[in-house]
Design a protein around this ligand. Sequence first.
Ligand SMILES: Nc1ncnc2c1ncn2[C@@H]1O[C@H](COP(=O)(O)OP(=O)(O)OP(=O)(O)O)[C@@H](O)[C@H]1O
Ligand SMILES: [Mg+2]
Length: 213
Amino acid sequence: MIHVEHVTKRYPGARGAVVALPPTSLDVRRGELLCVAGESGAGKSTLLGVIGLLTTPDAGTVVLDGRDCTAMSNRQRDELRSELVGIVPQLPRLFPELSALRNVELARRTPDRVATERLLAHVGLADRVDHAARTLSGGEQQRLSLARAIVNGPPVVLADEPTSGLDDRNAEVVGTLLARLAADGAAVVVASHDARMRAHATRTLELTVRSAA
Ligand SMILES: Nc1ncnc2c1ncn2[C@@H]1O[C@H](COP(=O)(O)OP(=O)(O)OP(=O)(O)O)[C@@H](O)[C@H]1O
Ligand SMILES: [Mg+2]
């Protein structure tokens, strides 16, 4: 489902280039949950951005569901992303004034209030359905962000530190949910150094910090 070959990303910096992502290759099939680990700055978020077609790598190839994204226009990337990929960003991007329910309903292809309430209950937000997103705690916003990302059942799920703000019980809820999405046929990639998340992974990839050569 996900095929990544020799992708790299650098950013120019005042003291020379910053290696955001060292040469990286990976394959993730449906049914797998890959945990991308590595210390802060190792390139975990950059890698998720590259897989999710938000960041164009300097070199290398990204193929999603058999479609080579290398030469695609921005519009083609946007279309493919909305067709295939659900992304849980490191910092939730929600509509702050809208309710939890509306935040998810807006992302849903065909509105279904009952199904959205069920999904919110599934991530532990049953009694926050009508609360404005800005009034939710950090961990609640994270779980709302996850619900939003998976509402259309995307075959590729990318989650950036989805358990970082969560207590053990809710980290378990999120880990189990992501593992379940994989078991049900999605290709899931999670950036996390959280052992509680890693416990749910079928595989782990360790990124290491590099300085520019
Ligand atoms: N847009 C950018 N411009 C310049 N440098 C960037 C940019 N994005 C990332 N970097 C740099 O690339 C490196 C990797 O960043 P990235 O966010 O992928 O790390 P990470 O592994 O997700 O870290 P964390 O665990 O802190 O979230 C960092 O050193 C960062 O400063
Ligand atoms: Mg990150």
